[in-house]
Design a protein around this ligand. Structure first.
Ligand code: 5CA
Length: 440
């Protein structure tokens, strides 16, 4: 993508109306713009990041055996009357009346809708277990939307729902999602620690929040540093391996991690002092096992193996996809701007001409751009006739993993400069070696 053709509205100054660094950087680097309180438009660069996160979430859900579908944002109030949550949800629910005076709502979550869909089409124990998910916009009329996309009113969530024949099966579905979450966050390049949680309005008695450490987080957290060393992708744990999944849950449960809501001083004291980590954290995911809370209330039954009707046991599993964009920036930035983990970076390479009016630089950079693009390396090419210093400032602000800088002086010696955004390390290389490094 050529910057000269991009909608990339970068602000010169850090916006003063934003309170936390991720919100400031998202506005300054042109990722989002607020269109109403707590509601944001995703500009091209922010949208690319959102899609990358969404794709990693999707791949890990699919690997874990969940099936993707898409449910609507607008739901009928009657559906929510069946579970009893229409009144219970309170003013956070955006209620709408259509032209026929029917009561509708903008969905804050989808337990009721999927339970009803299952009730209509699933009849037998043979149709279970199943886990379904969608990635869809939600609306919660938060009293105080703040911190940009971190606590928005409209936000993108991945929500999955599992249906099992009994509690043992449902727990296994829960453990499966637990592993999928650990792998998802690891791939996203962030450290998200699962912490036992209270389940609130979703209900149930088994629940974990996934928390990313950041000073601006809303809850206080306490955890054992052992979580920083686990490698969830390795170890060959297979989703079909029941004993392995039980082992995973035991390991997570026996390694201390809690928010201020569930913190237990006695257990905390048993964690060796050198391994105690405390701080504030942002909740990027939340999983729940709630048994028959919705299936019983809404009359979902299937016939069991013995012909008798039974009520499926359920869980639900959310990831804040749009919140993650802010949370990743909170966890990965410096005083110059964003430092994207490669897996979610909007582009991998920022190609910059130091002199946009120098014919030799333009010819060389055009050629590099064509070669990187042909090799499938996502490149943002700053081809503007703008001061080199300004372009480099923009590069640091938007935080792509690599900057490839082409200038007349280097070209005369046959070299370009390759800068690693995270470490700041710079190397003078021949164009060929730079290309080899970026494409291999
Ligand atoms: N039905 C369940 C699981 S699917 C549910 O709604 N869970 S939740 O309320 O915990 O939300 C799931 C995730 O959505 C949260 O962990 C959080 O990352 C994200 N989230 C919740 N509220 C907001 C909000 N106002 N703005 C941005 N993200 C949010």
């Amino acid at each position: 993508m050529r910057v000269s053709r991009c909608f990339l509205p970068v602000l010169k100054e850090s916006p003063s109306d934003a309170q936390i660094v991720s919100h400031k950087l998202m506005l300054q680097a042109g990722l989002v713009r607020q269109t109403a309180a707590g509601i944001y438009a995703w500009l091209p660069i922010g949208f690319r990041v959102l899609k990358k996160i969404e794709q990693i979430v999707r791949e890990e859900q699919d690997r874990a055996g969940a099936q993707e579908m898409l449910m609507p944002t607008i739901q009928s109030a009657d559906l929510w009357r069946e579970s009893g949550r229409y009144d219970a949800y309170g003013p956070e629910m955006l209620r709408i009346t259509d032209r026929h005076k029917r009561e509708m709502l903008y969905g804050p979550t989808n337990e009721e809708m999927l339970t009803a869909l299952f009730r209509d089409d699933v009849n037998s124990y043979r149709d279970l277990p199943r886990t379904l998910y969608h990635i869809q916009w939600k609306f919660r009329d938060e009293v105080r939307p703040r911190f940009g996309v971190m606590r928005g009113r409209e936000f993108l969530m991945k929500d999955a729902y599992s249906f099992d024949l009994d509690e043992a099966g449902a727990r296994l579905s829960y453990y499966t999602q637990l592993l999928a979450y650990l792998r998802t966050f690891q791939r996203l390049g962030i450290q998200a620690v699962p912490m036992k949680a209270a389940s609130g309005p979703i209900g149930g008695d088994l629940s974990h929040e996934f928390i990313v450490l950041a000073p601006t987080g809303e809850s206080e957290v306490f955890y054992d540093a052992a979580f920083e060393e686990f490698d969830w992708a390795q170890g060959g744990l297979d989703y079909g391996d029941e004993a392995g999944l039980h082992g995973l849950f035991d390991r997570v449960s026996s390694t201390y991690a809690a928010t201020d809501e569930t913190h237990d001083e006695a257990r905390w004291a048993e964690v060796p002092e050198a391994r105690r980590r405390t701080g504030r954290g942002i909740e990027v995911g939340h999983i729940f096992y709630f048994g028959d809370k919705y299936s019983a209330a809404m009359g979902l039954k299937v016939s069991g193996q013995d012909g008798k009707p039974l009520t499926p046991m359920m869980g639900s599993y959310g990831i804040g996809v749009s919140r993650l964009v802010g949370a990743i920036i909170e966890a990965s930035h410096d005083d110059k701007g964003i430092v994207w983990p490669a897996a979610v970076a909007p582009w991998q390479v920022g190609l910059v001409t130091m002199r946009g009016d120098d014919a030799a630089s333009i010819t060389a950079a055009d050629d590099i751009y064509a070669k990187l693009t042909a090799a499938g390396v996502e490149t943002l090419y700053d081809d503007r006739d703008e001061r080199g210093g300004v372009k480099l400032g923009t590069q640091d602000l938007i935080g792509l993993p690599w900057q490839l800088i082409v200038g007349p002086r280097g070209l005369a010696a046959g070299t370009v400069e390759l800068k690693n955004r995270k470490t700041g390390d710079k190397e003078e290389l021949s164009i060929d070696s730079a290309l080899t490094k970026l494409t291999s």
